[in-house]
Ligand binder design. Structure first.
Ligand SMILES: NC(=O)C1=CN([C@@H]2O[C@H](COP(=O)(O)OP(=O)(O)OC[C@H]3O[C@@H](n4cnc5c(N)ncnc54)[C@H](O)[C@@H]3O)[C@@H](O)[C@H]2O)[C@@H](O)CC1
Ligand SMILES: Nc1ncnc2c1ncn2[C@@H]1O[C@H](COP(=O)(O)OP(=O)(O)OP(=O)(O)O)[C@@H](O)[C@H]1O
Ligand SMILES: [Mg+2]
Length: 347
C-alpha cells in the first residue's frame, strides 16, 4: 500500500512538473536540465499548460460567502494622481475594486483629488501626496491596507517622488506587498536600492520602463532577442523581486522561474491598459499571499498573481475589442472585468 502510494505520488509529481512546464520555463535551478527537458517536451501543449496555470490562479481566488466582513477580500491603496494624470490612478483603483477588493483608496495630490472623486463615488480619495505631512498622512493608513500599487499617474515631481520614497520604506517595514508601475518605476530606476531584495514587490514595466530599469540595474541595453533571459536577469539582480515585462507576450519572472502570458488580447494600444493590470494585480497579490504556496503548487504566489492579472487584462482587451473595435478605450475594458474574470477564473 505504502509502495503504491509512493509510486502514485511520484507519478503525480512528475505530471505536475510536466504540465506546468508547458506554461513555465525554469532557469538557473539545480533542476534546470530536467525541467528544461520537460518544458521542451511539453511545449507543444501550451494550451493545456495555459489552462493549468489558470487553475493555479483559480486556487487563490477567495470564495464569496456570507461569513465575511467588509475589507476581508482586500483593502488596496493606489499611490498616484497629480495635476496632469488623474485617469491612471482611477483606472488602477477601480480595477482593484472590480476584481474583488472590498475597499480601494487613492493617495494623490490635493489638486487631483476632486477630479478622481468625481469619476467615482466608490473610491476613497486622500488629497495628501503633496502635503508637508504626506508620509505621516499615508502612513497612518498603512496598517489597514493589504497591498499598495505605487506609480500610476504619479508624475515625476521631485517632492512627490521623495514622499513616495519614504512611503515605500514605511510599507516595506510593515511587510506590505507593493506593485510598482509607471512613474514608480521611474523612481526605482533612479534608486534601485529602494526595492532591492524586497520579495513582496512586483514591478510591471512596459517596454520603455523595462529598458530604463535594465540600464540602471544591469548597465545593459535591452536585449530584444532574449526577453525571458532579460526579465530573469533583472529579477535576479534586484534580489528576486518579481518582474512583469508587458508586451506582445507578457514575460514574468521571480528570478527563479519564467512564465509567459500570451492570452489573446487585441490590437488596440490605448493608454490605461497597464493601469488596469497594476490595479488588478494589487488585489491578486493579496489573495495569492493569503492563499500561500500550498494553493499554488509550490510556485511563487506573486508569480501566479502576476499571471492572473496579465491574463485578465488581455481578456478584457479582447472582449472590449469585440464590442467596440477601434474605438475601444480602457473604460470599455474595465466594463469587461466582471465577465472576463468569471470566464477565466470561475468556470
Ligand atoms: N489617463 C491617464 O491619466 C493615463 C496616464 N498615464 C500615466 O502617464 C505617465 C507616463 O507614462 P508613460 O507610459 O507614457 O511613460 P513614459 O513617459 O516613460 O513614456 C513612455 C513612452 O514610450 C512609448 N512606448 C510605450 N511602449 C512602447 C514600445 N513597446 N515601444 C516603443 N515605445 C513605447 C509611449 O508611447 C510613451 O511615449 C505615468 O504616470 C502613467 O501612469 C498612463 O498610465 C496612461 C493613461
Ligand atoms: N503588442 C501587444 N500585443 C498584445 N497585448 C499587448 C501588447 N503590448 C501590450 N499589451 C498588453 O497591454 C497591457 C498593457 O501593456 P502596455 O505595454 O500598454 O502598458 P503601459 O504602457 O504601462 O500602459 P499604460 O498606458 O496604462 O501606462 C498588458 O496587459 C499587455 O499584455
Ligand atoms: Mg503604464
Amino acid at each position: 500500500m505504502a509502495t503504491r502510494t509512493g509510486a502514485w505520488a511520484a507519478v503525480a509529481a512528475a505530471a505536475v512538473v510536466a504540465v506546468l512546464s508547458a506554461a513555465l520555463s525554469l532557469y538557473g535551478s539545480p533542476l534546470d536540465a530536467v525541467l528544461k527537458r520537460a518544458f521542451s517536451l511539453h511545449n507543444a501543449h501550451s494550451v493545456k499548460g495555459m489552462e493549468d496555470a489558470l487553475q493555479l490562479v483559480r486556487n487563490i481566488v477567495p470564495p464569496l460567502t456570507a461569513k465575511k466582513h467588509k475589507g476581508q477580500d482586500g483593502r488596496v491603496g493606489v499611490v498616484g494622481g497629480c495635476r496632469e494624470y488623474t485617469g491612471a490612478p482611477y483606472f488602477a483603483a477601480i480595477s482593484a475594486l472590480k476584481v474583488g477588493a472590498d475597499l480601494s483608496h487613492v493617495f494623490c495630490t490635493q489638486e487631483a483629488a476632486p477630479v478622481i472623486k468625481a469619476y467615482s463615488p466608490e473610491l476613497i480619495v486622500h488629497p495628501v501626496l503633496d502635503s508637508p505631512d504626506a508620509v505621516h498622512d499615508v502612513g497612518k493608513w498603512l496598517p489597514r491596507l493589504h497591498a499598495l500599487v505605487v506609480g500610476p499617474g504619479l508624475g515625476r515631481d521631485d517632492v512627490l517622488l521623495s514622499n513616495v520614497k519614504d512611503i515605500l520604506e514605511a510599507s516595506k517595514a510593515r511587510g506590505i506587498p507593493i506593485v510598482i508601475d509607471a512613474d514608480g518605476l521611474w523612481l526605482i530606476a533612479q534608486q534601485p536600492a529602494l526595492i532591492q531584495g524586497y520579495q513582496k514587490a512586483v514591478l510591471t514595466p512596459n517596454h520603455v520602463e523595462f529598458s530604463r530599469l535594465s540600464e540602471a540595474v544591469l548597465g545593459d541595453p535591452l536585449d530584444g532577442q532574449d526577453r525571458r533571459g532579460a526579465v530573469l536577469r533583472l529579477s535576479q539582480a534586484l534580489g528576486n523581486v518579481t518582474v512583469v515585462q508587458k508586451g506582445e507576450r507578457d514575460v514574468i519572472s521571480d528570478g527563479k522561474q519564467v512564465l509567459e502570458c500570451s492570452q489573446e488580447g487585441s490590437g488596440r494600444r490605448c493608454g490605461g491598459q497597464g493601469d488596469l493590470l497594476s490595479g488588478s494585480l494589487g488585489v491578486l497579490v493579496h489573495w495569492a499571499l493569503q492563499a500561500g504556496p500550498e494553493r499554488t503548487d509550490g510556485f511563487s504566489p506573486l508569480l501566479v498573481a502576476a499571471f492572473g492579472a496579465c491574463t485578465l487584462t488581455r481578456q478584457c482587451s479582447h472582449q472590449a475589442f469585440q464590442k467596440h473595435g477601434r474605438s475601444t478605450t480602457t473604460t470599455d475594458m474595465i466594463a469587461e472585468v466582471g465577465p472576463a474574470f468569471s470566464r477565466l477564473f470561475e468556470t
